[in-house]
Design a protein around this ligand. Structure first.
Ligand SMILES: C[S@@+](CC[C@H](N)C(=O)[O-])C[C@H]1O[C@@H](n2cnc3c(N)ncnc32)[C@H](O)[C@@H]1O
Length: 479
């Protein structure tokens, strides 16, 4: 065999050894948790994603792509049998599906969300639950009269490198005019009008949210990549804004054709909702012990999705500048290749215990060993992957430790998450996180698997074949 062939074979042999070892450890862990794993046919992809919210009043306004459905939250609240004296928490609140569903059922709920866009959606929706008739009247005038069109004044908005050129000249002017026009209204109205603007930004822009980044339409003149991309219709600002206001008004007045999930609330009074803006890694340690009865959440997946890029249009509109954007990216739970290691022990010295659980986790360590070896061999398509995977589990271990601390005895965590695959190694996020949770002290109740495994990224598919990846809902109980 020539040296060239041997060189080509060597890393493959090494990889296979690692992958076999990872697969064996994975199999052993799967055997431990097999009694709790079951395919749940009620868990359709639609109900576990934002899709089921698309026609639901209130939830339909802003398409938070990574959100889950209110129906899913309702299912688990009822399953847990919680009553209105109890309190719910979502440490990765996003656009607030967990909070609003709990609130509508009559249960108090607290959320933590890092990104100002999610915080704003929650704040505005919460205001609309108690909107005055006068404010609603003014909102209707906005819809009917479109006062921004004739507005002389303009207010500039922040432009980031990754949002530069996102709108046509005409739409840019209309955005500036509407921002100026909002200034004459009271704070509540401003908050709601800004929400309506956020809801239409993507549709009036040259971009499309694509998980890891904003994808640019060829009409922007900012199109990279081999194939020109056309996102289809770019909405006219005035039409999009008027329709969004109409949708909001209809839902607030209770005139929508679709019912609000045909909810039977547990109480006539809505639950109180609050959201803390910031990282749950910083905020959870500040919450009181045993103060929460149920956690329903979906953290970022370990899939390289970058929320600070996907939601850059909205973040810029809120005034997030380049510096703040980088800070937010680093504060995010590590889920992108750009996340640097966080100094977690200086955040909380008590976290030595989840740290040592991760350090001693055989499967996790073997996966990391493999990925770092691939990095050293220069055979990874991105060198940030090992650091991201490590950061993901080490940070999640801290989050789970804190959730265990804040939950009252008998309290549960319900978590939606996806497995991932890097460099041919399947990473059973469900088994590893459940195992860490068990070592922290949780009782594993269920690992419900969605019926059809999720595919893989197209890049990976070509190289490693089509082994489906599990998407699951885990339920862990504090003993
Ligand atoms: C999968 S989404 C949650 C979506 C939510 N379930 C919904 O229905 O809208 C994950 C969320 O976690 C947020 N996030 C990421 N890192 C965070 C951190 N360290 N602390 C708090 N929130 C964080 C992201 O901004 C994102 O909104």
């Amino acid at each position: 065999m020539s040296k060239a062939v041997l060189d080509a074979v060597k890393p493959v042999t090494g990889d296979n050894m690692f992958i076999n070892k990872i697969a064996r450890l994975d199999y052993a862990l799967e055997k431990v948790y097999q009694p709790y794993m079951r395919v749940d046919h009620a868990l359709t992809r639609k109900i576990v994603s934002f899709q089921a919210n698309k026609t639901v009043p209130f939830y339909r306004w802003y398409k938070y792509k990574e959100g889950f459905s209110a129906r899913l939250v309702e299912h688990y609240i009822r399953k847990h049998g919680i009553d209105t004296t109890k309190k719910l928490l979502d440490p990765f609140a996003g656009s607030g599906a967990t909070l609003f569903c709990a609130g509508d059922l009559g249960i108090d709920a607290l959320g933590v969300e890092l990104l100002p866009i999610g915080q704003h959606i929650i704040k505005a929706r919460n205001l609309l639950n108690y909107f005055s008739n006068d404010n609603l009247e003014t909102l209707m005038q906005w819809k009917n009269e479109k006062p921004w069109i004739k507005r002389k004044g303009e207010i500039n908005f922040t432009v980031l490198r990754i949002t530069d050129g996102a709108y046509s000249e005409e739409n840019t002017i209309l955005i500036k005019k509407i921002l100026s026009c909002m200034q004459r209204e009271n704070e509540d109205l401003k908050t709601v009008l800004l929400l309506a603007l956020f809801c239409i930004l993507e549709s009036i822009s040259f971009t499309r949210k694509d998980g890891q980044y904003l994808r640019w339409d060829q009409r922007s003149g900012r199109c990279w990549g081999a194939l020109p991309f056309n996102k289809g219709e770019i909405r006219n600002f005035n039409d999009a804004m008027t329709e969004k206001l109409e949708e909001i008004i209809q839902d607030v007045k209770g005139e929508s054709e679709n019912d609000l999930l045909d909810f039977v609330p547990l109480s006539v009074k809505k639950g109180r909702l609050s959201v803390i803006g910031g990282s749950c890694l910083r905020e959870l340690p500040r919450l009181e012990e045993n103060s929460i009865d149920l956690v329903i959440t979906s953290p970022p997946y370990c899939n390289r999705y970058d929320y600070t890029r996907t939601y850059a249009l909205e973040l810029a509109m809120i005034g997030v500048d380049e510096k703040k954007l980088l800070e937010l990216r680093q504060e995010m739970l590590s889920c992108t290749v750009e996340n640097r290691e966080k100094d977690l022990l200086s955040l909380n010295p008590a976290w030595i215990s989840p740290l040592s659980i991760c350090d001693n986790h055989e499967l996790l360590q073997k996966i990391l060993e493999y990925l770092y070896a691939k990095k050293d061999n220069k055979t990874l398509n991105n060198n940030g992957i090992p650091r991201m995977v490590k950061g993901y589990f080490y940070e999640m271990a801290r989050v789970l430790y804190e959730l265990h601390r804040v939950l009252a005895s008998g309290g549960e965590v319900v978590m939606v998450n996806d497995n991932v695959r890097y460099a041919g190694a399947s990473i059973s996020v469900d088994l590893i996180l459940s195992d860490i949770a068990a070592k922290i002290g949780f009782q594993i109740e269920e690992i419900s698997v969605l019926p059809i495994g999720k595919g893989d990224s197209s890049q990976q598919m070509g190289i490693h074949g089509k082994e489906p990846l599990r998407k699951c809902v885990y339920i862990w109980r504090k003993k």
